[in-house]
Design a binder for this molecule. Structure first.
Ligand code: SF4
Ligand code: MG
Length: 334
């Protein structure tokens, strides 16, 4: 099946006085219509900068230095601000983690949804209002007519995130980019929001790119997973395959951390060390200072992203001569 979105060799750098940070350093990925793609990694791995690049939200000192972002075969990096804005409102929507996303506190919820609808579609006010109320109902908000008139501070965090999703989906986007959409919410609400996204996907066939540090979230809703480390894709594959037999030591490290991740810091303890800063990027494999499997070659030569089996790619020398089981290997080494 054709990809709805295809990112090819994307490079987004930040130029500062202390040097160049290659936040996204040659990332390629694809999303098919109706597919849910999870992008995981620690903070600072380039997940958010990838999504910001797709949305045209990279600001100075950041710059897209190279690569293509093909959405329905149009390269978004080549479009004017105006053309990009049109695509963003209509075909691609984005939701963020609260409070980054915060709604305008001075305007009613209904006004904000209706405004988004009239901004992107030629409909009269009455239709926009009716559509807004319908969206509120669709995202599971009780008494949508009342909530339409409510102000953001009158709603709970979970309700506000539902409103954000209602806004994001009010123009029937083909792609929804969700950056840590449930991170600020408690576990029950988080489960409801994820279920809501899945329902909307089956109803509207929306493709979803979900960016998260939480592998539990990915296991729950993603079809495929891209694992990022230090600005690069280090593993990608089908969600079941990836969880059953992670091929990259970093993926295994993420999985070995507690399944219910409350604090990302806890995870960091299980993978010693931290994400390298760009000004001090290790030579060879970027993960080698933290990798329990590191070999001599890893310190000298950077591994390529290579296919290990149908649909699965990994960037690691361990699999250079065919796929090896990390889990067994790890037991042997201990
Ligand atoms: Fe570890 Fe080497 Fe694989 Fe990098 S290439 S992840 S250092 S084994
Ligand atoms: Mg982020």
């Amino acid at each position: 099946q054709e990809a709805l979105l295809e990112v090819r060799d994307l490079r987004t750098y930040f130029h500062t006085e202390s040097g160049t940070t290659r936040s996204v350093d040659g990332v390629s990925l694809k999303i098919k219509p109706g597919e849910v793609l999870g992008i995981v990694g620690e903070s600072g791995c380039g997940k958010s900068v990838t999504s910001f690049s797709i949305m045209g939200l990279v600001e100075a000192p950041g710059k897209i230095e190279g690569g293509e972002i093909l959405f329905e075969d149009k390269d978004l990096t080549k479009l004017s601000k105006k053309q990009l804005k049109h695509i963003q409102g209509n075909a691609i929507s984005m939701i963020f983690q609260e409070p980054l996303t915060s709604l305008n506190p001075l305007l009613s919820v209904g006004f904000q949804i209706a405004e988004n609808i009239t901004l992107h579609q030629t409909v009269d006010k009455k239709t926009a209002k009716a559509k807004s109320i319908e969206m509120l109902r669709k995202v599971g908000i009780p008494r949508p007519e009342e909530v339409y008139r409510a102000y953001p501070h009158e709603l709970s965090g979970g309700m506000r995130q539902r409103v954000m999703i209602a806004i994001a989906l009010s123009c029937n986007p083909k792609l929804l980019i969700a950056d840590e959409p449930t991170t600020a919410l408690d576990v029950t609400i988080q489960a409801q929001i994820l279920k809501l996204m899945m329902d909307l996907r089956s109803e509207l066939n929306t493709s979803i790119m979900i960016i998260t540090h939480d592998l539990g979230v990915v296991a729950e809703i993603a079809d495929r997973v891209v694992v990022m480390y230090a600005g690069q894709v280090v593993e990608e594959g089908d969600v079941f395959q990836l969880f059953q037999s992670p091929a990259h030591p970093y993926t295994l490290g993420l999985m070995n951390s507690t399944p219910k991740i409350d604090e990302w810091n806890e995870v960091l303890e299980s993978i010693p060390g931290t994400v390298p800063v760009a000004s001090n990027m290790p030579i060879g494999c970027r993960f080698h200072p933290r990798c329990p499997y590191a070999m001599e070659k890893c310190v000298k030569q950077e591994p390529p992203l290579a296919q290990i089996n149908a649909g699965a790619n990994v960037r690691c020398w361990l699999h250079e001569h065919g796929e090896v089981s990390l889990v067994e290997g790890f037991e042997q080494r201990r």
